[in-house]
Design a protein. Structure first.
Length: 196
């Protein structure tokens, strides 16, 4: 997720002004925020913490699709104080990705947004489920990385086999050419040498 897009929506919903404010709200050092921004990642845990505290939709923070019924705590405070402002048009959420095999929306079978919210809720909880879920996520991630590595390895092997086959064919062609030259050399009578 693009850090800056999520951060802009978070600022709109919470009234936070800068990374110092954000660091205080999510209990991290400002340097951690800067590192995440450089990587372009806005942690789901931070979105979850802020959405619970300020009562805004985490789906809106992530994807830009703001439900009509969602009113942030910042908006409620402004309204109570008689402050009105134009709400900027939010970005439209992008279409959900398609599965390669079936060409259907992934959300037909898995509600990714809901799973992200539930995952964040478990990961920020102080329960026995937190380390268990974290371990499972790491294990699944490792497995996916290994599958990618295996696929890369298979591609390399296939290329090596193709190169080896091309070298074998080239070697056979050279051997055939040498055999033909040898046959021609032995079949032809030796050249006559003129005696002088």
């Amino acid at each position: 997720m693009k850090f800056d897009a999520v951060w802009e929506r978070i600022k709109e919903a919470t009234g936070l002004k800068n990374f110092v404010d954000l660091a205080s709200e999510v209990s991290v050092q400002q340097s951690a925020i800067s590192k995440r921004r450089k990587r372009g990642e806005f942690p789901a845990e931070w979105v979850f913490i802020l959405s619970k505290k300020y009562k805004f939709s985490s789906d809106w923070a992530w994807f830009g699709a703001k439900p009509e019924s969602t009113t942030s705590k910042h908006d409620q405070t402004n309204k109570a104080q008689g402050i009105t402002q134009e709400t900027p048009t939010t970005e439209k959420a992008t279409a959900p990705p398609k599965t390669a095999a079936q060409g259907q929306d992934i959300t037909d079978t898995v509600n990714i947004q809901a799973l992200m919210n539930m995952t964040a809720e478990v990961l920020v909880s102080d329960t026995v489920y937190r380390p268990a879920l974290a371990a499972n996520i790491k294990a699944f991630h490792r497995s996916i990385a290994l599958e990618h590595d295996n696929q890369d390895f298979r591609i390399r092997i296939e290329r090596m086999e193709q190169r080896q086959e091309m070298e074998r064919i080239s070697f056979e062609q050279r051997m055939t050419a040498m055999e033909e030259k040898l046959a021609q050399a032995t079949a032809a009578p030796p050249p006559k040498v003129a005696n002088g």
